[in-house]
Design a binder for this molecule. Structure first.
Ligand code: ADP
Length: 629
């Protein structure tokens, strides 16, 4: 390798390295280096063309007389100088169009490759066309490396894009290129080697080479055609699938009652259905490619742009409600905007569904209004029941006490009929009083109820049993109870529920003395209580009716009552977010179930915890089991 050649490689190599440097002052040094290399190569070309000696060839080192002859001692060969000019130009002018750039580099590769290939052929033949070029083997190698570096520098441009692409087309191009370069060379080398060592005549070698290259190219063409055919078949299949999907999608789009669209991230509509066309009163040709500003205005436009922005920023579904004129009236739409992501997870398109909710909204509004109205009238009714029952008590008390006075004072003067009438009147007044009291307690559930707080339901049960002590003793009843949990309740109301249910169990007893069991099961944050009796039972067909106010199943002469107790229980339980129901068979006793929310651990005051653990200590497992059985 001549000294100037080595120098030019150093200059270009260094320039290539410096060009990539982030530091601008360093990368700026690259240009003079390239210009210097270009200058050396160009001057050499002038020297060769005009047989001059401008004295640059042996500036650094003087050539020994026995070195490979180029046109003058120490001078680089013409192909080397041309290759330097080509690579230097490519490096100097960045703005050269990609394909032109690649063509120039290919030209340089061609020159270097010719020299490179000539060496093995020279080895075989002693001399060849290429040996007169005078380019050293390491020079051509370095050119190949330099050119490859220049190509790889911009892999995603021009035809290199295909060569480097990770796709079947890329694979194909790479293997074809490798075959086209290597196969004729190796084949040629092998055949001509055979000729040189005397295996066969020169003529035979040439015709064998021609036939072999023909065959090889034919194989490559057929192989490639085969692959192309396969690719085409696959593509056809995919096209058929795609068409089917398109038809299906089109059907969905067109039959959808909602207006649908897809737009790109810059806001240009890509796809709309006929509902959307009707909505904006434009044809799809007018809409596709247009932006929201061309279709909407005012607050609707603001809502559309705002939700697009939010979808892009958050990659979430965004719901907005817009009202716009359609078919001569204002209609409300629920606009569901959602992102369509590319494989890298970036928003590629925005999809949207506009659903007409005008009727639904009107219904909802009407329902809400009715609810408010209902709530108000319920309150009013409750208030009315309370005031009426409260105020009725006084005159009633007067009627019954004067009746009793009448009976006491004029007993002697009245006949049997009059006495009987007075008894009826007193009895009626008493019943009315009970009714009024029950009504009062019913209306008090809502008006006087206290906010729920942690209550030990065992204590509430004990209180209810205490209130019913006389009735329990009289009926000779046996009441058993589980260890009950702490629930969130208004204590008085929980007592009232236990009391009403146990009072009913005592009242509606059968032949046998009453046996009542209160048990509990905890699940999903609720305590499910069960009050089981062995009374007369209830036909399941009445299991809803008995919770309605004033509904009774038995005649008053047989069982006293007002028909309010269970409706009070239902009102209390539901006020606490629970539910009450019944399982029963006539003659087989009844079980009333009701639920109350359990107190969460952090809501339970510490004294409850102590109380609970004491209870557990007092009662052994054995005792508990016996009690429950
Ligand atoms: P009341 O007890 O004043 O009649 P309730 O609302 O408490 O009113 O009960 C409604 C009806 O449900 C009762 O009249 C009775 O027919 C039936 N019932 C309630 N509890 C029981 C029970 N433990 N056993 C049988 N029937 C019952």
């Amino acid at each position: 390798m001549k000294a100037n050649t080595a120098l030019c490689f150093l200059l270009l190599g260094l320039a290539l390295y410096l060009q990539e440097d982030e530091n601008r002052s360093r990368s700026r040094i690259a240009r003079p280096l390239i210009i210097l290399a270009l200058l050396i190569a160009s001057v050499t070309l002038i020297e060769i063309a005009f047989s001059l000696d401008l004295g640059i060839d042996q500036l650094l080192f003087s050539d020994t007389p026995d070195s490979i002859a180029t046109s003058a001692p120490g001078r680089m060969s013409a192909p080397t100088a041309v290759a330097f000019v080509l690579t230097g130009l490519v490096m100097l002018f960045h703005t050269i169009e990609d394909r032109a750039r690649q063509l120039i580099i290919l030209l340089a590769i061609g020159i270097a490759l010719s020299a490179f290939v000539s060496y093995p052929l020279n080895l075989v033949f002693g001399s060849s066309l290429f040996s007169v070029t005078g380019m050293a083997l390491h020079t051509s190698t370095l050119f190949l490396i330099l050119c490859s570096a220049l190509l790889i520098e911009r892999p995603a441009s021009g035809w290199l894009q295909i060569l480097f692409s990770v796709s079947p087309l890329g694979d194909n191009t790479r293997s074809l290129l490798a075959t086209a370069i290597l196969a004729p060379f190796l084949l040629g080398w092998l055949i001509f080697y055979g000729e040189s060592v005397g295996w066969y005549e020169a003529g035979l070698a040439r015709s064998t080479y021609s036939v072999a290259v023909m065959l090889l190219l034919a194989i490559v063409v057929i192989y490639n055609a085969q692959r192309l055919y396969e690719a085409e078949s696959t593509q056809k299949l995919l096209q058929t699938d795609l068409r089917a999907v398109q038809v299906q999608l089109q059907a969905f789009l067109e039959f959808s009652p909602s207006a649908l669209f897809v737009k790109d991230v810059s806001g240009r509509y890509q796809l709309v259905n006929s509902q959307f066309e009707k909505l904006v009163d434009k044809s799809s040709q007018e809409i596709v490619g247009a932006v929201a500003q061309n279709l909407f205005k005012g607050p609707v436009l603001d809502a559309v742009l705002g939700s697009d922005q939010t979808v892009i920023e958050t990659k979430n579904i965004v719901l907005t409600e817009v009202t716009l004129p359609f078919g001569g009236e204002q209609r409300t739409y629920l606009n569901t905007n959602f992102p369509l992501l590319d494989p890298q997870g970036a928003v590629e398109y925005i999809g949207g569904i506009w659903t007409d909710i005008t009727e639904q909204k009107a219904l909802n509004d009407a329902l809400n209004l009715k609810n408010v109205e209902l709530e108000r009238s319920n309150k009013e009714l409750e208030q009315f029941a309370y005031v009426a029952s409260h105020d009725l008590q006084e005159p009633l008390r007067m009627v019954s006490s004067y009746m009793q006075l009448l009976e006491g004072r004029y007993r002697e003067k009245l006949d049997q009929d009059a006495k009987e009438f007075i008894d009826y009147a007193v009895d009626g007044a008493n019943r009315m009083q009970r009714l009024i009291q029950d009504l009062l307690s019913f209306s008090r559930v809502g008006t006087r109820g206290k906010p729920p707080q942690p209550i030990d339901s065992s204590i509430a049960l004990q209180e209810a049993l205490q209130n019913l002590k006389m009735a329990i003793d009289e009926s000779n009843a046996e009441v058993k109870a589980d260890d009950l949990p702490i629930v969130m309740a208004d204590k008085n109301q929980l007592v009232q529920v236990f009391q009403n249910l146990i009072a009913n169990a005592l009242k509606f007893r059968g032949e046998k003395s009453p046996q009542i069991l209160v048990s509990v099961k905890e699940s999903n944050g609720f305590a499910g209580f069960a009050v089981k009796d062995n009374g007369i039972g209830i036909d399941p067909k009445h299991s809803d009716r008995i919770f309605v106010i004033f509904q009774r199943l038995n005649p008053r002469e047989q069982y006293e009552g007002t028909g309010i107790g269970l409706s009070v229980c239902k009102k209390i339980v539901e006020r606490h977010g629970g539910r009450i129901w019944l399982e029963s068979k006539p003659g087989k006793g009844s079980t009333f179930y009701f639920t109350f929310p359990l107190a969460r651990e952090e809501q339970v005051p510490s004294e409850h915890v102590v109380e609970k653990s004491d209870k557990i200590n007092q009662e052994s497992i054995q005792e508990r089991a016996e009690r429950l059985i």
